[in-house]
Design a protein around this ligand. Structure first.
Ligand code: HEM
Length: 335
């Protein structure tokens, strides 16, 4: 059920968008109202989640470290794995976000010749990298639908992505890689027993949804061609708040757009928030300088304490009378 359920939901979303636009002609709802509402909910959701994170207590340094801490000058520090400065944190964050460095270090425990040992597990790293990078490139290429004139950067990106010069329209490498990446991430949840056991509907749903978006886009480009100029007119109308009727757009475009809108509404409340979340994670964005700097909990309230000096001051006479030793360092105010 945890696999079939999300699949049925995604297929139902496709069916809803298809029927409502192909047969009921609810173009304004699917081409105007839903995109605006979805975008607004996306932004509001992001703000709510980020403000909640920003307000949660992080009184102390809790960075994840996996290398030598800054110590004596003659002990070599692992500057990236145990950063002690903002520059180190920045370097580690950049490498994490762009290259998924922590996934590269992924290990798995295996039994070999009746012994337990660690072996390298690079497949997750490769699959995740393929999916995320191709998705980024596709989203950047989509900017041509909302920018007029299209900046040169996006044109160069498009040319680079289609440089294999296969077919007409040209095959984009990112289109192949996003399907391979998502396919791998999905197959992994079926193939590895332990991962299958811990996988839930919320792990499968985003994968099916993203596959739905990618496949409907690919169908539009390589199958039923859509009027890209018409789509651009509608999209420019949406982003400039001068909407134009979306009546001429093809049904498959509405399916694609509706799935993207679903993703926008779902994103802030799902595990997909790991994308902005990495920047707000105190285990990632703090330098490990706990031994160099004294971090005082800013919420500490003044506590009334009774020092030993005060204790001896109070009970000194009694202690002396029963032969208990007194601390000569404590200077009595009684003389
Ligand atoms: C999460 C966001 C999105 C993803 C991952 C995505 C994915 C894709 C993919 C994989 C393709 C195949 C061709 C290509 O790579 O260009 C595609 C095509 C297309 N997408 Fe999207 N898409 C997204 C958002 C949108 C939005 C918001 C629109 C606006 C209506 C849109 C409109 C189109 C159009 C018109 C095509 C056909 C392009 C062509 O024929 O060259 N997409 N999309």
């Amino acid at each position: 059920m945890k696999v079939v359920g999300p699949l049925i939901v995604v297929l139902a979303l496709v069916g809803i968008a298809w029927c409502c636009t192909e047969y009921l002609h609810w173009y304004a709802l699917f081409g105007l109202v839903i995109p605006y509402v979805a975008f607004a909910l996306f932004i509001i959701g992001l703000i709510v989640r980020i403000v909640r994170w920003a307000r949660s207590a992080v009184p102390f340094r809790i960075p994840t470290t996996c290398g030598q801490q800054k110590s004596f000058s003659w002990i070599k520090q692992a500057k990236l794995d145990n950063p002690s400065s903002k520059a180190g944190v920045f370097g580690r964050m950049v490498l994490e976000v762009l290259t998924f460095r922590s996934l590269f270090r992924n290990n798995k425990v295996e039994k070999r010749d009746s012994k337990l040992g660690y072996t390298s597990a690079k497949w997750l790293f490769i699959g995740a990298l393929l999916f995320h990078w191709s998705m980024l490139i596709i989203i950047l290429r989509h900017m041509r639908l909302v920018l007029d004139p299209v900046p040169q950067f996006f044109q160069i990106l498009e040319q680079a992505d289609g440089f294999l010069q296969i077919g007409l329209p040209l095959l984009y490498i990112s289109d192949v890689l996003i399907v391979v990446g998502l396919g791998f991430l999905l197959a992994r949840r079926f193939a590895i027993k332990k991962v299958r056991y811990i996988s839930l509907s919320v792990d499968f749903f985003p994968l099916f949804l993203l596959l739905g978006i990618a496949i409907s886009g690919i169908i539009m480009r390589y199958g039923f061609r859509v009027d890209v100029a018409g789509v651009k007119e509608v999209m420019l109308g949406l982003v400039t708040f001068h909407p134009v009727p979306a009546d001429q757009l093809s049904t498959i475009l509405f399916v694609h757009l509706f799935l993207v809108c679903t993703l926008m509404v779902y994103f802030p409340w799902s595990k997909l928030m790991h994308a902005p979340g990495v920047f707000f994670s105190p285990t990632r964005n703090l330098a490990n300088n706990s031994r160099a700097v004294r971090h005082v909990n800013p919420w500490n309230y003044p506590v009334k304490v009774h020092t030993y000096a005060e204790y001896q001051e109070e009970y000194g006479e009694k202690m002396k009378s029963v032969g208990l030793p007194l601390d000569p360092e404590v200077v009595s105010t009684n003389g």
